[in-house]
Ligand binder design. Structure first.
Ligand SMILES: Cc1cc2nc3c(=O)[nH]c(=O)nc-3n(C[C@H](O)[C@H](O)[C@H](O)COP(=O)(O)O)c2cc1C
Length: 340
């Protein structure tokens, strides 16, 4: 690499400032329902995520004092700073639930979901449905920024029209939000199809609060390109971090130095999985469906262990899944040959 390129790379790594909160870097872990539980967040934090988000929490469930929903806000000291994400459409309910979660958990940020495309969420007028009603978006943000101590941020999707999307971002900023994350896909696209960087770039140049770009950031080169093209203040990583939380270290190292770190070895990926399982046990979050999915994710991209993944898939309880993973570790000599 020539020295000018290196200088440029160094210049784009920033400490993101969101309201009064100063982050150590600019890479954050996305909120993912049923995925970004406390143990996974702790692993992402360990490998360099500058901030992590809780799974989205229904404001109505919090107001109804649903214990499962409230428990999703649980924060460990070591993972801070943490943003708790709230979903809902009624300003009063959003305010009451935000105040109560702020009081219980003291998150660094309350983030608002204006992007979830799930049918049941959209049907109830929440998530991406709110992008059609900037009046409600404005009311919610004004009410929350006026009553919470912590900064309020928003996570949105885009519309087909760049101009209309930029208008929503302007409304969010004007109402008092301290940052916006933009997932560069429309509600209709769901989680596939091309991420529209042009719209993210247009939002970034139209507003003054930090903008975090999101969508399909899977490796160092993509991360660097998205930062460079959009000029955003930060990047949010979702699916690529599940099963490979080390991605935060690789991307931040590349952005800082221009050098690629090696990927985690097979052994190291397994170590990460067992650490995940240990954290689940410590926080009493060890659950059959979760550990099954996570085991598959930590084994991902290993062509030679298709049969192991099938065995995990067929396992009937937590202990069987953990036993299979222990066997995999013991047999690593033969399994990893073609990979490393
Ligand atoms: C299983 C799953 C659950 C998600 N849950 C949430 C959520 O609770 N709140 C939210 O704002 N976005 C949610 N998302 C969207 C992600 O935060 C992110 O915007 C999206 O996955 C694109 O980023 P990625 O390509 O890095 O995964 C979810 C995505 C997935 C795949």
């Amino acid at each position: 690499m020539v020295w000018t390129e290196k200088l440029f790379l160094i210049s784009i790594i920033k400490r993101m400032k969101i309201g009064k909160l100063v982050l150590q870097g600019s890479l954050v872990l996305a909120p993912m329902s049923r995925v970004t539980n406390l143990p996974l967040r702790l692993l992402c934090k360990k490998y360099g995520a500058s901030m992590v988000y809780s799974e989205m929490i229904s404001s109505e469930a919090v107001v109804r004092e649903n214990p499962k929903s409230i428990a999703r806000g649980l924060i460990a000291q070591e993972e801070r700073p943490v943003a708790i994400q709230l979903m809902g459409s009624d300003p009063d309910t959003m305010q009451r639930s935000a105040l109560s979660l702020e009081k219980i958990y003291r998150p660094e940020i309350i983030d608002l979901n204006f992007g979830c495309p799930a049918q049941d969420v959209v049907r109830s007028g929440c998530g991406a449905a709110l992008l059609k009603d900037t009046g409600i978006i404005r009311d919610i943000i004004e009410l929350l920024t006026g009553s919470l101590d912590v900064p309020v941020t928003a996570k949105m999707r885009i519309l087909d029209s760049i101009d209309m999307t930029v208008e929503i971002a302007r409304t969010i900023e004007k109402a008092g939000a301290s940052a916006i994350t933009v997932h560069g896909r429309t509600q209709k696209q769901g989680y596939s199809g091309k991420v529209n960087l042009e719209t993210i770039k247009a939002i970034k140049s139209a507003i003054s609060i930090p903008v975090i770009a999101n969508g399909d950031i899977r490796d160092e080169k993509i991360a660097s390109h998205v930062l460079d093209y959009t000029q955003c203040d930060g990047l949010m990583i979702g699916r690529a971090a599940v099963g490979d939380p080390y991605i935060f270290r690789r991307i931040s190292h590349y952005i800082e130095t221009g050098e690629m770190l090696p990927h985690r070895t097979f052994d190291e990926r397994l170590d990460d999985f067992f650490e995940y399982a240990k954290l689940c046990r410590r926080y009493e979050m060890l659950a059959y469906s979760d550990i099954k999915i996570k085991a598959q994710r930590f084994l991902k991209n290993r062509a030679d262990i298709k049969s192991v993944r099938e065995r995990v898939n067929g396992a009937m309880d937590i202990d069987s899944i953990l036993e299979i993973m222990v066997e995999v570790r013991a047999a690593k000599g033969t399994l990893q040959k073609s990979q490393e």
